[in-house]
Design a protein. Sequence first.
Length: 226
Amino acid sequence: MSKVLLAEDEALLANEISEWLQHEHHIVEIVGDGLAAQETLSCCQYDVVVLDWMLPGLSGVDVCKNYRASGGQTPILILTARSSIESKEEGLDAGADDYLTKPVQLKELSARIRSLLRRKVVSPTNNLQVMDIVVDPKIRTVTKGGQEIHLEPREFNLLEFLLRHPNVTFSTEALIRRVWESYTHITPETLRSYVKSLRKKLDTEGKDSFIATVHGSGYMVVNRDV
């Protein structure tokens, strides 16, 4: 699971890409112009940004330049109908990590997004584990002591995010920003109910919860092997 910002002003293409990526279990947010993309990047966190070059208001290349100038580190892939070496050079020099020409092949776009995400992965294995809980992000399964545990999609997303950042405390607000779409109205009480559900399904009776509550700060998965 990753959170993707898609800046694309062609509505049909944007919806097609979004549906494809959501089918691959990404969280996708769509903006339709450059100024909206720049504003969204200034206040929200994403794992990958897909920027169309020819956005109204502010070009994708300018959004990329401004984002990098402000210290933004999230991987950026630029989409464009321009295929010349000079255009590719301009996009990459603006701070983009990759470049894909239109018409977009959805399978290739997915592969390139996976490649960008792999650059951020620290774990040498695909699976994520804490104690006897093992998560396979690729096929979206969870086992505890070798027994498969059913999780709802949002429960899985929350668990995967926490396991990707062991021993790091996240506030309620930070978890809502990272695991849910920005426009989704999720309250702190809703998040607490998801944490309670994960604990009920995955905690070991008689032992401390694998999701620690850091009073006054938020939640953290404790993994002493990291």
